[in-house]
Design a protein around this ligand. Structure first.
Ligand SMILES: [Zn+2]
Ligand SMILES: [Zn+2]
Length: 310
């Protein structure tokens, strides 16, 4: 997008995708998905309290951690080890973020890494435009299917297959729990809560934020930011994306070496997901966190020295 003509190409590509019937986005089936997002307007109808803010922050960060640590770094890339119980818990909390099941997520993500920014990439902003890469890509008939041949390691576990099929159950359970908790005497007396208020602040608002924050890794982190490594794709290190996704924005690092549990490769590249996993490893919940290899670290150090000399 350096020049004006490139910017025009980019806009035209987006327009073409939106009007191309063959891409067949199934708008009608996504009424509940858009419904959740429209319900964000409910924030203007209920009073906000400190309990609401804490609820929203917890609901966002715990589920974001499940997506980044488990859906991404564990199920998609196997960068650490976890017991069946721990991985099932990670999968359940991940499901509650409303981004389909762990096998679906990991299978598409593995294809993305293999084909990144080629015509076969499910969500390349370079090939199909920014809106497509952000959210339209998963709204077609084809994209709904889990390409099981991509995830034979996950497919063999019945509990993961079950969660992949019934991925909506944790979403419904979370939404219902927020509502019912807000209706209890405890919440009403201590926090002046109502069911609708806690549904909006515990589920609707953070779920919408989670959707779009996660999608920025596929859209913005392939368009804007710095490229430390010359990878075959257009991945970028984007600090804004890293901030809202607990460390996933160091996407050029990640495309260069996806086998590391850590995605921030310097001490300034903040990676809260990695810190969380480190804490879980001290508690014995996960183990064998794959480190950044010495040859990668050497490249990073050389690059940083070059930069500081300039
Ligand atoms: Zn990518
Ligand atoms: Zn990845």
């Amino acid at each position: 997008m350096e020049s004006g003509s490139n910017a025009m190409d980019f806009m035209n590509r987006n327009k073409k995708i939106l009007s191309n019937k063959h891409e067949s986005v199934e708008w009608i089936k996504y009424v509940p998905y858009f419904g959740i997002q429209i319900m964000v307007l409910g924030v203007f109808l209920v009073p906000i309290t400190w309990a609401c803010v804490i609820l929203a922050v917890l609901s966002y960060s715990i589920r974001m951690f499940a997506i980044t640590a488990f859906y991404h770094r564990y199920f998609s890339h196997r960068t650490f080890k976890a017991s069946r119980i721990t991985q099932a818990m990670g999968a359940i909390v991940g499901c509650s973020a409303g981004q389909r099941g762990p096998l679906w997520w990991a299978a598409h993500h593995r294809i993305h890494h293999r084909q990144s920014d080629s015509d076969k990439d499910p969500h390349s902003p370079q090939k199909k435009g920014v809106i497509w890469s952000h959210m339209l890509w998963f709204m077609t008939e084809d994209a709904k299917v889990t390409p099981m041949k991509e995830v034979p390691d996950l497919h063999k576990l019945p509990e993961l297959r079950f969660l992949n099929r019934f991925h909506w159950i944790p979403v419904v359970l979370l939404a219902t729990s927020c509502y019912l908790l807000g209706e209890t005497d405890w919440a009403t007396e201590n926090f002046s809560a109502t069911g609708i208020q806690w549904l909006i602040w515990g589920f609707i608002v953070p779920t919408t934020a989670l959707y779009h924050a996660t999608y920025t890794v596929n859209s913005l982190a392939h368009l804007f930011g710095k490229r430390r490594f010359r990878t075959k794709d257009d991945s970028r290190n984007n600090s804004f994306v890293a901030l809202i996704t607990l460390g996933e924005g160091w996407h050029n690092n990640h495309h260069f070496f996806p086998g590391s549990v850590r995605q921030g490769f310097t001490k300034w590249e903040l990676d809260p997901t990695y810190w969380g996993l480190k804490m879980m490893s001290y508690m014995g919940l996960v183990s064998d966190l794959s480190p950044i290899p010495a040859w990668v670290q050497t490249k990073v150090n050389e690059h940083e020295e070059d930069r500081s000399r300039k």
